[in-house]
Write a protein of this length. Structure first.
Length: 551
């Protein structure tokens, strides 16, 4: 085989691998954009027992095609106190099994599946009404491209099977399983997808490019790499979240390393997992994660408790630096730079409001005077930021700007006002309502409390999307954000009707807390509306926003 031919083959393999990575991401983003809010609610409801938590994690990973995405979602719940660390670890163990199930499903070869998924997916994406329908189309297109990429890998690697150089390199990996394990971990980390890595290694093993022990070791390495991805993505999260992710990394990575040692000592064990190399390696991936979940689920409590001794809370430094304002008066004579500074300050303002919303929700269950005081102080800080932004933009206008910068300045001032109103709704309405529950020793009905939790989750998801839109100015995400405003309005109306129904039934808890329940829902809707305003200027510019509704 001459050099140009080798280069051509490698380019084909690289292109197929790139398509595989992109297709897996396409499916995941479709699920996240179309069904993020219901999935958040579904995950939070899984806290009742460990088996349910693991099953929920498995289902979420199947839908998202990624245990890492599930880890990031669950990390948010644990950091807010919505899930215990042990329950979060149970969900992650289930998600690891779900990720292995995904690879089993995606290795199915059906000739008619690819054209059917493409035809239906493109039709739904182009003709579907509503954001969710379009995301379903996106998911189907992504699945079709996964199957296409796997066929491309099989076709591109066939000429390499009989090549002496390839055989020598792969034979070395078959003998040095530690190197294969490390390569698998690094590759999974590099592409940020253990699913894509496992599919690639299984395909190479099935083509006889990789010896079966080497493919198995690389797949086990991908498990370590997949756990490390979640660890890095949650590195700045609160300690409870990091404990959960670290526990999963130690279990998954340590267990994978142990299995590699067993395979090195007893390579014939792989023959018990299937008739072909592809089947042996992919079954090993599923068997490993399933066995890990079965053994670790009963011990998630002691594991997270033990880890807390090694990952203890560090005392907060009393001389911590205060966050400096992004508003720089020295840039007032450079309008474009000054506008960027105002946008940065506005992003910080939005993040502070998000933290207030996260902190106020637990007060409905248990009042905490210190938390309430911090929320009130945060509201004062936000009001000062709002005033500073308005004065900064007003002074900027005195220097003279072109029409585009002047319009952008007005947009930022409007968004600042909206965020200030969101802060007001939290500090003056929700905080007062939570205090009233405590002062009068009242409790919501179980159904009413669950409704408020679910509605808060939906609003928090939209707040995160709004902050993303503030950073990336993406018209597609801006459209999704504004469309979510109508969804929230309909859900709020539905919940109000449900509450009235409980009042008619004479449920004592609902009667006692009726006003608090309804005012909380209205305050959350007001917060959602305030953040949805972030998307309006972007859609006006792109022509996607009519005077009264989306085009």
């Amino acid at each position: 085989m001459n050099d140009p031919h080798v280069i051509q083959i490698l380019i084909h393999i690289a292109g197929a691998a790139a398509l595989l990575i992109w297709a897996v991401r396409l499916v995941r983003t479709g699920v996240e954009r179309g069904f993020a809010a219901p999935m958040r609610i579904w995950l939070r409801h899984s806290a009742k027992n460990r088996l349910l938590a693991a099953g929920t994690g498995m289902g979420a990973a199947v839908l998202l095609q990624s245990s890492t995405a599930v880890a990031v979602l669950v990390s948010n719940f644990v950091s807010k106190g919505g899930l215990a660390t042990a329950t979060g670890l149970a969900i992650l163990l289930g998600a690891d099994v779900g990720s292995a199930v995904v690879t089993q499903l995606l290795m199915v070869r059906q000739p008619l599946l690819i054209p059917m998924l493409l035809v239906i997916g493109v039709a739904v994406f182009l003709r579907g009404e509503g954001a969710s329908a379009r995301q379903v189309g996106r998911i189907m297109i992504g699945l079709a491209l996964i199957f296409v990429s796997l066929d491309m890998i099989r076709g591109a690697t066939e000429p390499m099977i009989s090549n002496p150089g390839t055989q020598a390199v792969m034979a070395y990996l078959g003998r040095d399983l530690l190197t294969a394990f490390v390569i698998g971990a690094v590759f999974a980390w590099g592409v940020h997808s253990s699913v894509a890595a496992v599919l690639l290694f299984v395909t190479l093993g099935g083509q006889a490019i990789l010896p079966t022990p080497a493919a198995a070791s690389m797949i086990l390495g991908a498990n370590l790499g997949g756990g490390f991805i979640a660890f890095v993505l949650t590195y700045s999260a609160p300690l409870a979240s990091r404990r959960m992710v670290m526990a999963n990394l130690l279990l998954r990575g340590g267990g994978a390393a142990l299995v590699v040692v067993v395979i090195a000592a007893l390579p014939d064990l792989l023959n018990q997992l299937g008739a072909t190399p592809a089947r042996q390696t992919i079954n090993l991936h599923l068997a490993f994660n399933l066995m890990l979940a079965v053994l670790a689920l009963p011990l998630v409590g002691p594991i997270t408790t033990g880890l807390s001794y090694f990952m203890a809370e560090k005392p907060t430094a009393t001389d911590a630096l205060n966050v400096a304002s992004a508003l720089d008066p020295a840039l007032l004579d450079r309008p474009r730079r000054a506008i960027d500074c105002a946008a940065r300050e506005l992003l910080g303002m939005g993040q502070k409001v998000e933290h207030m919303l996260i902190a106020v929700e637990p007060l409905y269950d248990q009042w905490n005077a210190a938390t309430a005081s911090r929320i009130a102080d945060q509201d004062k800080a936000i009001k000062q930021m709002h005033l500073d932004i308005k004065l900064f933009l007003a002074r900027l206008g005195q220097e003279g700007m072109d029409a585009d910068l002047s319009r952008r300045s007005m947009e930022l001032a409007s968004i600042s006002t909206s965020l200030d109103s969101a802060s007001d709704a939290i500090a003056r309405i929700m905080l007062e309502l939570a205090g009233r529950l405590d002062a009068q020793n009242l409790q919501f009905s179980s159904q009413g409390r669950e409704e408020i939790r679910d509605f808060t989750d939906r609003v928090q998801s939209n707040v995160q999307l709004a902050l993303n839109v503030m950073m990336n100015q993406n018209p597609a995400e801006a459209r999704e954000l504004v469309a979510a405003k109508e969804k929230v309005r309909k859900v709020e109306q539905k919940l109000q009707r449900s509450h009235i129904g409980r009042l008619r039934e004479g449920l004592a808890e609902s009667i006692e807390t009726s006003n608090i329940h309804q005012e909380t829902l209205r305050a959350l809707k007001q917060i959602n509306t305030a953040f949805s305003m972030v998307g309006h200027p972007i859609l006006l510019k792109s022509g996607d926003l009519l005077k009264s509704r989306l085009a």
